[in-house]
Write a protein of this length. Structure first.
Length: 113
């Protein structure tokens, strides 16, 4: 199984493609497909036809589409830089991620100790 460096709740920066330079938080990760959905990034617009029976209003719906994680770089919560991520194992055998820029451990919501 592939371990992605990006996890749900991370802040990431886009490093390639039309949204290059944008930042957003990761909403969803699809490890099998090596993709992630980032809020406000890779937005696709689609036209929604109104359907009163299902209480759906018509209009243009904007939603983020999954994008390849190779186009994303993690933003370190400590130093605020888009950074490479390293992995370290502590004395208890727990693996965690570290920022290669400042050396701080990177934690996200849902990542317990
Ligand atoms: Zn850092």
């Amino acid at each position: 199984m592939t371990v992605l460096k990006i996890r749900k709740g991370d802040e990431v920066q886009v490093i390639a493609g039309k949204d290059r330079g944008k930042r957003g938080s990761v909403q969803e990760v699809e490890p099998q497909k090596h993709r992630a959905v980032v809020a406000g990034v890779n937005i696709s617009k689609r036209h929604q036809k109104p359907n009163p029976q299902q209480n759906i209003k018509g209009g243009i719906i904007e939603e983020p589409r999954p994008m390849d994680v190779s186009k994303l770089m993690l933003v370190c919560p400590k130093c605020g830089k888009a950074t490479r991520v390293g992995h370290e194992t502590d004395e208890n055998g727990n693996k965690h991620r570290v920022c290669k820029a400042c050396g701080e451990e990177i934690r996200t919501q849902g990542e317990g100790s």
